[in-house]
Design a protein around this ligand. Structure first.
Ligand code: PLP
Length: 397
């Protein structure tokens, strides 16, 4: 059984803050400061470039990949860490397309995160005429899976509503139609149990700064099914994905398996911070995390609906149909979120009118939820959001 009091104690959570925003940027692991400091001082500072070998820097992307793999049902050697999630989306969709050379449609849904759609669109345009990004309603995805489609590109958990796709069923349907799948786990990894192997997923991608708590700018990851990884061609064929990077050949030969999904020099400072976050994940069992997350989101929904009747739930009511964040709709959502932040309750606003709250059991407990609802109720019942200073839009919402 996961000891959530112990995991909570591993984070540096500021006094007076109720952090319901780990779905966007996870909090700082206490060990990160010392570990990154030590890495800077002794590895970068003293060992300099010998650290690529001696401190294991070059092995970090695969090592972290294996550790993340445990959380998403990926066997060792199936996950590579690096680059940003947007780049990993491009990389996965490009390789997936090449597995289906006679088809030209990438199917996605309008609940997907815009960056995924933008990256796919950019990729397809560079391929030339005839390629199409087909974006359909989230509820109708299954109806559009057919033998025209090359790649099904979906984000499992909707970033706005938390609505969750049925990964297993959709992957099965895709395969029955000869479609290659790319799953984005941005709001799944560390939020819900994921079983990529069990679902027979082909490709998956995700980020490490949301529920995984790797810190701002922490790299993304890509999963390639072991049955495909020796056969896929990497579109982003950088030198570190080469079979022998230090042979400096002029022609590209992909490295073995997941190694070919490396691109360039890994961000070691970020990866060092991420490794301290993954240490905490090693104290957790995803089944326990899911059970606790459902308890917390259920408590939040019930209490908010009782206290704040003006707010309309836009997340699925059935906890099994949603991830680990909850969204409510309100015309003055932005102002309410600003008023909440001024009282130490951090969540976010997603245009046009959604208030979004993330629930991460590693460091959020029932008392935090009760306290957050109490403040939200005060703000709603007394219209405390209705002040000019809460209506000024900032660069990041
Ligand atoms: C957060 C998120 C991103 C962000 O991509 P970055 O390249 O890391 O900025 C992309 N896709 C989805 C689905 C996300 O939730």
């Amino acid at each position: 059984m996961t000891d959530f009091a112990a995991t909570k104690a591993m984070f540096d959570l500021p006094e007076g803050v109720l952090y319901l925003h780990g779905n966007s940027l996870g909090p700082l692991p206490k060990a990160a400061q010392a570990r990154v400091g030590e890495m800077l001082q002794s590895e970068w500072g003293q060992m300099l470039s010998t650290s690529w070998n001696k401190a294991g820097w070059m092995a970090l992307p695969t090592e972290l990949g294996d550790r993340i793999g445990r959380l998403i049902g990926g066997t060792p050697g199936s996950v590579m860490v690096g680059d940003t999630l947007s780049i990993k989306v491009y990389q996965a969709v490009a390789s997936a397309l090449e597995l289906n050379p006679d088809r030209k449609v990438v199917l996605s849904d309008n609940g997907n995160f815009p960056s995924d759609l933008y990256m796919a669109d950019g990729l397809l345009r560079s391929r030339g005429p005839g390629y199409e990004l087909r974006v359909v309603d989230s509820e109708d995805v299954a109806l559009h899976i057919n033998e025209d489609v090359a790649v099904l590109m979906l984000t499992e958990v909707d970033y706005r509503t938390g609505r969750m796709h049925d990964m297993k069923a959709l992957t099965e349907l895709a395969h029955a139609n000869g479609v290659v799948t790319v799953w984005d786990l941005a709001h799944s990894a560390g939020a819900v149990p994921v079983d990529l192997s069990g679902c027979n997923a082909d490709f998956a991608v995700g980020c490490t700064y949301k529920y995984l708590n790797g810190g701002p700018g922490s790299p993304g990851f890509i999963y390639v099914a072991p049955s495909l990884s020796e056969q896929v061609r990497p579109a982003l064929s950088g030198w570190l994905g080469h079979e022998a990077p230090f042979a400096f050949d002029l022609d590209y030969r992909p490295g073995s398996g997941i190694e070919r999904m490396r691109v360039g020099t890994p961000p070691i400072i970020q990866m060092t911070a991420l490794s301290t976050a993954i240490d905490i994940w090693e104290m957790a069992d995803m089944t326990d995390v899911r059970a606790k997350s459902i308890e917390l989101t259920e408590l939040f929904v019930t209490r908010v609906e009782a206290e704040c009747p003006e707010l309309k739930l836009i997340s699925p009511r059935d906890p099994l149909q949603r991830g680990s964040h909850i969204s409510f709709q309100f015309t003055e959502a932005y102002a309410v979120m600003q008023a909440l932040a001024a009282r130490g309750v951090i969540g976010d606003f997603r245009a046009p009118d959604a208030m979004r709250f993330g629930f991460a059991p590693l460091y959020i407990d029932e008392l935090d939820v009760e306290n957050a609802v109490e403040i939200l109720a005060d703000i709603m019942q007394n219209r405390l959001w209705d002040a000019p200073e809460f209506k000024v839009r900032q660069r990041v919402t």
